[in-house]
Design a protein around this ligand. Structure first.
Ligand code: TXA
Ligand code: MG
Length: 330
């Protein structure tokens, strides 16, 4: 076994189909402190051994990400999660119902939690989730430690939902990419802090608010509650280069049109997130379609998407993209 990959000057990362040999190789690289992009049901993650501070630091360097931003730690079992954080009865119920799946729980860090301080940005809490992708669960099990993994894109760029997106954005900065196919959900996990008095939604995501509220009651937003830190919710995020115009019912000259459902009269859509108006299908297409249009157009108009169910996460990501185009004066 030679450990060529993470110390030598970087060649372009290998992309391997998720077979048993590839998963073993991924585990080997991670245990040696390297970086591996892994598939999840939401978006591809850029993984490192969460207990290895230097490896976690390498994630921030590869992404060009501000280091105050805490990372989600991915586990392969509830037992592994419980060795890292204190679970209230509510947190336990949420994990049992939604894991493996796109729910991240922000919970109090245990005093003996072995995760590097840098991964949790020095916070007393930790974000945990068990992803629903067999390849990545297998990698975590083989490593036997939690994996810190933000989305596998350069900071502020679009999240990757295919191995080829990862290769394009980070290929020259990481060791290995495990190709597990296109991500099913297509937007990041929903992040919940199930606090003692009330639960807070820190980020809308691939599980709709209403599904979680069946367990938590009405979810608060982070600014409506004191004491919950959401340092990572940067406004500038999820941004294409093109200028985005939301709730578009017309197409101006020079604009690409990203439709949702039947397009408005007179508009000929460049792409359609979901012809039948299905929000889950739209979420899974969102980043790949924005990426495709961004490569060829300076302006993208996006048809109105209802702010219900998964529409909340889709509109959240689009709104952040709009902010960035405005701020940079494009
Ligand atoms: O679907 C996902 O969640 C993807 C895949 C790869 O699992 N991961 C992802 O990670 O989106 P990332 O690093 O891009 O988002 C992490 C966000 C931070 O921006 C922050 O808002 C929140 O999770 N977070 C993590 N730990 C936290 C903590 N201790 N307290 C508050 N927020 C936390
Ligand atoms: Mg991200």
């Amino acid at each position: 076994m030679n450990s060529d990959s993470h110390n030598a000057p970087r060649a372009h990362a290998r992309v391997l189909a998720a077979d048993s040999a590839a998963l073993e190789e991924a585990a080997r690289i991670l245990l040696a402190g390297g970086l591996v992009a892994v598939p999840t049901e939401t978006v591809y993650g850029l993984a490192a051994d969460a207990t290895n501070g230097a490896a976690v630091a390498a994630i921030f360097t590869a992404k060009g990400r501000p280091s105050f931003n805490p990372l989600i730690c991915h586990v392969a079992s509830l037992a592994m999660a419980e060795s890292l954080a204190h679970f209230s009865p509510l947190a336990h119920r949420l994990a049992e119902h939604f894991w493996p799946g796109p729910l991240t729980l922000v919970l109090p860090r245990r005093a003996d939690c072995p995760v590097a301080e840098l991964a949790t940005a020095g916070l007393p809490s930790i974000g945990l989730r068990m992803p629903q992708h067999i390849a990545t669960l297998e990698i975590i099990s083989r490593v036997g430690r939690p994996l810190a993994a933000p989305s596998a894109n350069p900071s502020e760029q679009l999240s990757p939902t295919q191995a080829a997106h990862v290769a394009a954005g980070l290929g020259d900065r990481i060791d290995l990419i495990i190709d597990g196919g296109a991500c099913e959900a297509g937007v990041e996990s929903t992040i919940i802090a199930p606090g003692e008095r009330h639960a807070v939604m820190l980020r809308p995501g691939a599980i709709a608010r209403a599904e979680i509220e069946l367990f938590t009651g009405p979810l608060r937003s982070p600014d409506a509650s004191e004491g919950v830190l959401a340092p990572g919710m940067m406004k500038r995020h999820y941004a294409p280069r093109a200028r985005l115009r939301m709730e578009a019912m017309t197409q101006e000259s020079g604009e690409a049109f990203l439709a949702f459902g039947p397009p408005p009269p007179g508009v000929s859509p460049s792409l359609n997130l979901s012809i039948r108006g299905d929000l889950a299908e739209a979420a899974s297409n969102l980043f790949a379609m924005l990426r495709a249009l961004d490569a060829r157009h300076a302006m993208i108009a996006v048809q109105t998407i209802p702010d219900v169910g998964l529409g909340e996460a889709i509109n959240d990501r689009l709104r952040r993209g709009t902010l960035l185009s405005r701020e940079s004066g494009v």
